[in-house]
Design a protein around this ligand. Structure first.
Ligand SMILES: Cc1cc2nc3c(=O)[nH]c(=O)nc-3n(C[C@H](O)[C@H](O)[C@H](O)COP(=O)(O)OP(=O)(O)OC[C@H]3O[C@@H](n4cnc5c(N)ncnc54)[C@H](O)[C@@H]3O)c2cc1C
Length: 414
């Protein structure tokens, strides 16, 4: 390991890779460390029987302006631009066309109110229609989108994302995680399975303490998740309390994925989707045979995802199969087998899904993104003012932090 790089990057996820790519153009030596034994962080494609299953990020959101779209195209990664049949409940199972229209209208009215007449409390739940019939549906959507209940979501923060995002969401048959991992530049020295346990300020340098030695760098870029930063697994100097506090105001929500293998005869049509139970805030939503593969992916958010950590994978798979059997008939039980599942909440160096601001705390993103003394720089999805919770927001934050570090190191020493 190079123990004295110009710049050390903590985290080899989308933000760390964005930073390393920008630093590769600068001539500064770069060391990138990650606690995990793999590159990518919350971007992780697992190859299961030739299917590229994304356990974390999957969609190229705001695809037309997403830097990963450009990198995919330049690198020969296929990009799928359509969303066939995904907007509606397959065959209106358990959710009539009229109900779908009513639930979507209530969601649209709620999100319009967040922008046109935001609640004084900044609490997204306070923009709900108290007479509404679809509150459980809206809570389920909040779980999928933000990973948490509406009572814990800042209306202003949610609206900032919503106003900046486009409707174009594309996919990668080769996997978003695989795309991201393939873009770590070879110019950076990489040290995996290297958890940073403490950061100290040593003279003019930054010291990163790991079980395999201390790294002394002129500057460091921290890309760890907000739950890691606020959670105390890295001992930080007291001078960084404002950053730790900002991270605590931008917690990660809970989202998990379960993949079920389809075997034998089955009723599942390729590239379709069902919501398990539109009247249950903890429901899963099911992507059926994405890319024609013999799998059903169950996406869970908020309380539904938290149950994976508390009740375990076996119970989560059983519930997913129950929901599918209720919609497609009991016979599908014979055709569905647990195949793979994420465990983001219980992965210590991740500790959740993606960040949202608590009510009244949207400004914490700006605080978290501030550099410290020209030698510590902060990146990661949570530091992006509008494209937080995404892999492209993470990438852009890494580029931004690298540019700040390059400028700081070019200044004459005071
Ligand atoms: C289930 C799920 C679905 C998602 N779907 C989408 C999607 O469809 N589209 C989209 O754009 N985004 C999606 N996201 C969000 C996206 O994956 C993240 O926003 C993005 O990958 C975060 O990148 P990052 O670099 O900021 O953080 P991370 O990927 O978390 O990278 C930080 C790295 O720091 C490492 N680290 C932490 N602590 C230490 C330590 N002490 N020492 C050394 N290393 C450490 C971690 O191991 C990690 O690799 C999804 C996320 C989840 C969980």
């Amino acid at each position: 390991m190079n123990h004295e790089p110009d710049i050390a990057i903590v985290g080899a996820g989308a933000a760390g890779i964005g930073a390393a790519r920008r630093l590769a153009e600068s001539g500064l030596s770069t060391l990138i460390v990650d606690a995990l034994p793999r590159v990518g962080g919350r971007a992780w494609t697992r190859d299961v029987a030739g299917m590229k299953l994304d356990l974390g990020c999957e969609w190229l959101h705001s695809a037309e302006r997403n830097p990963w779209t450009r990198l995919a195209e330049a690198g020969g990664f296929a990009v799928q631009r359509d969303m066939p049949g995904w907007r509606r409940q397959y065959r209106d199972l358990g959710f009539s066309a009229a109900e779908q229209d009513a639930a979507r209208a209530e969601f649209a009215a709620w999100s319009a109110r967040l922008i046109a007449a935001p609640p004084a409390s900044d609490c997204a739940a306070d923009a709900l229609d108290r007479e509404g019939q679809w509150t459980a549906y809206l809570q389920a959507m909040s779980g999928f989108i933000s990973g948490d209940e509406l009572e814990r979501i800042s209306a202003r923060d949610y609206a900032a994302y919503d106003m900046a995002a486009s409707d174009l969401n594309w996919r990668l048959p080769g996997g978003y995680g695989a795309l991201i991992a393939a873009h770590l530049p070879t110019t950076a020295t990489l040290s995996l399975a290297t958890p940073v346990q403490a950061i100290s300020l040593a003279g003019r340098r930054v010291a990163l303490h790991t079980p395999s030695g201390t790294i002394r760098a002129r500057a460091a870029i921290l890309t760890v998740s907000t739950n890691v930063l606020a959670g105390g697994t890295i001992a930080l100097p007291a001078a960084l309390d404002p950053w730790r506090d900002a991270a605590a105001r931008l917690p990660l929500g809970s989202n998990e994925k379960l993949f079920l293998e389809i075997v034998g005869a089955h009723p599942f049509a390729a590239e379709t989707r069902v919501l398990g139970d539109p009247r249950d805030a903890t429901t899963g939503t099911y992507a059926i045979r994405p890319f024609g593969w013999p799998v059903v992916m169950c996406y869970l958010g908020g309380a539904g995802a938290r149950a994976v950590a508390t009740a375990g994978h076996e119970a989560a798979f059983a519930r997913a199969i129950d929901q599918l059997a209720a919609l497609f008939g009991a016979d599908v039980r014979k055709s569905l087998r647990p195949l793979a599942a994420s465990d983001w909440a219980r992965t210590p160096s991740i500790a959740g899904a993606y960040s949202h601001a608590l009510p009244g705390q949207a400004a914490a993103r700006g605080v978290l993104a501030q550099p410290f003394e020209g030698r510590l720089f902060f990146a990661g999805e949570a530091t992006h003012r509008t494209d937080f919770s995404t892999a492209h927001g993470a990438y852009e934050s890494g580029v931004r932090a690298a540019e700040e570090a390059i400028r700081a190191l070019a200044e004459p020493a005071r």
